[in-house]
Design a protein around this ligand. Structure first.
Ligand SMILES: NC(=O)c1ccc[n+]([C@@H]2O[C@H](COP(=O)([O-])OP(=O)(O)OC[C@H]3O[C@@H](n4cnc5c(N)ncnc54)[C@H](OP(=O)(O)O)[C@@H]3O)[C@@H](O)[C@H]2O)c1
Length: 309
């Protein structure tokens, strides 16, 4: 039986890449690597100042002076605005060969402490933001007949846990979208990938560490913190190999393959006892600030391990 796959490998075919969240963290790390490899880029995010800084950094990394770097301010939760900026980018740089939905947000917290708006915003940015991008690029990619769409989910889209009711459900929705879309688009020559990063050293994680529950930090601490560049490198390796599921780091690689077996074991024998102990001692009512500070201190060193091949 013929395998469903697109014929796209980024290492061999520089073209136009569209990256939401391209002004920071994982999206910016990807943008840096693609620019150095000769790609034209459209980066999308909200804050014009950060976009301008990313744009001028990327301009310095160009392999040749003809490469074009376009940055536009847009909120991915706004479907009409996304359609508009993507149409303008395609008119300028052509149909994208690579599309990465990296824009995201995380509202950590216990379910009973989070306002309804946190759940709505997580879905609006993480799930609908991804969906809006795909709808905006798809007609041009179908016409082109090749390319790859990459959705950045999270390890919590494999095994969800304490403190991530809003975040994990939005990322599980992304996973459902990716899986169903993959089988629809493969006959068109368009590949779909989903990425399950562990905690990654980015501004998002630094902000999150100051507010997430202490228990969440202890549970997430089972996997190393990777650098954004290590995650970007893993993503590009995964794309070159036409992988559907891309799992940076060995912990995510294990979870990616065995999450349905490992998940219940983790919950029963590790998460539940730890949470029960924390309930008894009152730790579940404290936030993760101290643990977060300790992890922030350690992660600068630990992130180096993630950068190893
Ligand atoms: N860092 C981690 O530990 C980790 C782990 C697993 C998964 N992830 C996922 O990886 C992706 C990238 O996260 P990151 O860690 O690289 O975060 P980051 O450094 O904070 O970057 C997030 C990017 O998304 C943009 N963005 C956020 N909300 C947006 C919106 N509504 N519309 C348009 N752009 C928006 C941000 O720019 P503006 O704020 O200017 O809009 C920024 O460019 C996210 O989907 C995240 O859920 C991260």
């Amino acid at each position: 039986m013929r395998r469903l796959r697109s014929d796209f490998a980024p290492s061999t075919a520089p073209g136009h890449a569209v990256i939401t969240g391209g002004s920071s963290g994982i999206g910016l790390a990807l943008a840096r690597r693609l620019t150095s490899a000769g790609w034209d880029l459209t980066i999308l995010a909200r804050d014009p100042t950060r976009l301008a800084a990313a744009n001028s950094e990327l301009m310095q990394l160009r392999r040749n002076p003809e490469q074009r770097i376009v940055s536009r301010s847009v909120d991915v939760a706004d479907d009409e605005a996304v359609a508009e900026v993507v149409a303008a980018a395609i008119a300028m740089l052509g149909p994208p060969a690579l599309v990465v939905a990296s824009a995201g947000m995380v509202p950590p917290g216990r379910f009973d402490e989070l306002p309804l708006e946190a759940f709505q915003r997580a879905m609006a940015v993480n799930y609908f933001g991804t969906l809006h991008l795909v709808r905006a690029v798809l007609p041009a990619m179908q016409q082109r007949g090749s390319g790859r769409i990459v959705m950045i989910a999270s390890g919590v889209a494999l095994v969800a846990f304490y403190g991530y009711t809003a975040y994990a459900s939005s990322k599980f929705a992304v996973r459902g979208l990716a899986e169903a879309l993959r089988s629809e688009l493969a006959p068109d020559g368009i590949g779909v990938s989903i990425v399950y990063p562990p905690d990654t050293d980015t501004p998002m994680l630094s902000a999150e560490l100051t507010s997430r529950p202490a228990i969440t930090s202890r549970l997430a601490g089972g996997a190393r913190i990777l650098s954004a560049d290590a995650v970007a490198a893993a993503i590009l390796r995964g794309i070159a190999r036409r992988r559907f599921a891309i799992t940076p780091g060995w912990e995510m690689a294990g979870l990616g393959r065995f999450h349905s077996l490992v998940g219940p074991v983790l919950h029963r024998w590790w998460f539940d006892p730890l949470i029960a102990r924390a309930r008894r001692t009152g730790e579940d009512r404290r936030d993760g600030r101290w643990l977060g500070a300790a992890r922030s201190f350690a992660k600068r060193y630990i992130a180096r391990w993630g950068a190893l091949p």
